[in-house]
Design a protein. Sequence first.
Length: 209
Amino acid sequence: MLPTRTRADIRRAFGVELDTPVVGTFAHLSPKKGHRELVQAATLVLNCLPKAQFWCFGDGPLRGELEQTARDLGIADRFKLFGFRRNVADLMQAIDVMCLPSHREPFGLVYIEAALAEKPVIACRAGGAPEVIVHGESGLLVPPPSEIADPADTHITALADAIFTLLDNRATAAAMGRQARDMALSRFQWPRFIANLREVYDQVLGDRR
């Protein structure tokens, strides 16, 4: 799906300036998607970049809890939950970094959607995310909580560091976004997908023969 509105138009509708650093998250609001850790990491980032904003798109059972946590942490004006939206392609244009720190993600189509919009992605090094994101080239990967001896504080700090790194280095983030798009186009377009699928079928059928 292609965007139908410009970055400036979307940002105007959300009441933010063109140069405001914005982190976007697109996912069902459930524990495995990492929103609990994200809101804590956002507090650390906003201590250093108070003008930044975090936009969460999606709905789910954690919405009330996340809204209350953001209020308790004093960041509800900058950590915003907008609910389910269909115009993902438009919204992707308006953010600077896409962050979805899922504890486990079988593949993560949203990572590719972000890449096609030239947005660098921050994710956990778990599940299918490393198949889409090349650390240091098209985005940043952080260890999931399950791989850390002190999963709470250490994971949240690593996540905050990754977000701050990209928001504080706009040129680097933009270069990663361009690289992400190039990689997505070369690896996940239909001709490439069909060729890869054919190789799998050939291997399976060959093994049976």
